[in-house]
Design a protein around this ligand. Sequence first.
Ligand SMILES: C[S@@+](CC[C@H](N)C(=O)[O-])C[C@H]1O[C@@H](n2cnc3c(N)ncnc32)[C@H](O)[C@@H]1O
Length: 274
Amino acid sequence: MSQPTNDKNWDQFWQQDKINPLDNQQENWSSLSWQHGLRFWEQIFDQHQPQGSLLECGAGSGVLSLHMKSTRGYDCTLLDNSEAGLNLGRQNFNQNAQEAIFKLADVENMPFDDNQFDIIYSGGLLHHFEDLGQVLTEMYRVLKPGGLMAATVIPDKFSCQTLGGFQRKTAKSLAAISHGDFTQVGKIVREKNPFFVNSFSLKQYIEAMETAKFRQNQGYSLGPFPALALPGKLKQGYTNFMIGRKDFWTKFNFKNTVVSRLWGIGYNLYGFKK
Ligand SMILES: C[S@@+](CC[C@H](N)C(=O)[O-])C[C@H]1O[C@@H](n2cnc3c(N)ncnc32)[C@H](O)[C@@H]1O
């Protein structure tokens, strides 16, 4: 039995100012990551032309749903087991004068009929499960035959973000030392991201999708650049560097090679119900 979220406080996570990184006036790693993520899914949706209803599982602020609602008019349902996350989703839709259905529920036991949705998307959800069996079976159940299941995952694996994490810890430790706060340094060094649970490879995700009966499963590497902790001008320089490599980033997100799988921060996956 997978117990994905009991040790994490998603409500607390969503209290922070995380409504929609695309509303930022200034580009940064987060807004660029979202833009590239959406660009990837735009291309996949263009290719397969799914129509109708979209369920986002573990939706939180529902950035992808809102984008797809605004650009493609899908009937969106946002499901999350965090009230605070769903509230941000509501706020995000309201601010953009869009409507959706919001459900507070567990993705392993969803309050929906069989064969209800044309598309299921989950971003940043599946890597929270040690066992993908129940969550994928449940997604398969509520998806219509021929429907598209799409997911973005960032498992706990070596990637460019491992190096980015090292840089972030070094920068934070140096800042603590400069404030004479030496006790913080040990804490910073031991800090682990509580939001990553599994460390599955792309192959393992695809195998789990096959076991859940999804077909024509595909997976690609995600994100060639890590989030770094940089001060003012360096941060801007890094953002400009990433902006200058937009084409490279787009191409990277359609790669599935040994190097891209190792280096990328995660994977985009999709498959279909028979
Ligand atoms: C990292 S956030 C991702 C949010 C959003 N999809 C995004 O990409 O920004 C993961 C979300 O999954 C939700 N979640 C985690 N476990 C869940 C479960 N068992 N059932 C429903 N939602 C869950 C959390 O509350 C959280 O809002």
